[in-house]
Design a protein around this ligand. Structure first.
Ligand code: FES
Length: 102
C-alpha cells in the first residue's frame, strides 16, 4: 500500500522552482508553483533525464535533455518529444512539512 512520507520542510523548498528529494531509493521532484506544491517522479519518462535539473516556470517543468515538458498539476505532456503523461504523486502539507504518498 501507499504511505505518506515526510520529504522536506515547506520552508526549505526552492521558491517557484523544483527541488530534488529522495524517498528510499526513489528520486522525487517537488515543485513550488503558484497554486501550491506538486510532486512527480524525478526521472523523465522520455529518456530518463533528471527533471530536477530542468527549467521550471509556472506549472510546467521542462526536461533538461530534449526540452520535453510536463504540466506538474496532472502530469500531462505539453511539449514534444515527451508524449506520455508523467506520474504525479499525491502531496499534502502538514505542520509545515511536505509529504508525498508513495
Ligand atoms: Fe526528457 Fe527526453 S529525456 S525529453
Amino acid at each position: 500500500g501507499k504511505d505518506w512520507h515526510d520529504v522536506i520542510a515547506l520552508a526549505d523548498l526552492e521558491k517557484a522552482w523544483v527541488t530534488r528529494v529522495q524517498v528510499g531509493r526513489r528520486l522525487i521532484a517537488v515543485y513550488d508553483s503558484p497554486s501550491g506544491v506538486y510532486a512527480s517522479l524525478a526521472l523523465c519518462n522520455h529518456g530518463g533525464a533528471d527533471l530536477c535539473d530542468g527549467y521550471f516556470d509556472g506549472h510546467v517543468i521542462e526536461c533538461p535533455l530534449h526540452q520535453g515538458a510536463f504540466d506538474v498539476r496532472d502530469g500531462r505532456a505539453v511539449a514534444a518529444p515527451a508524449t506520455r503523461s508523467m506520474r504525479v504523486l499525491e502531496v499534502q502539507v502538514r505542520d509545515g512539512m511536505v509529504q508525498v504518498r508513495i
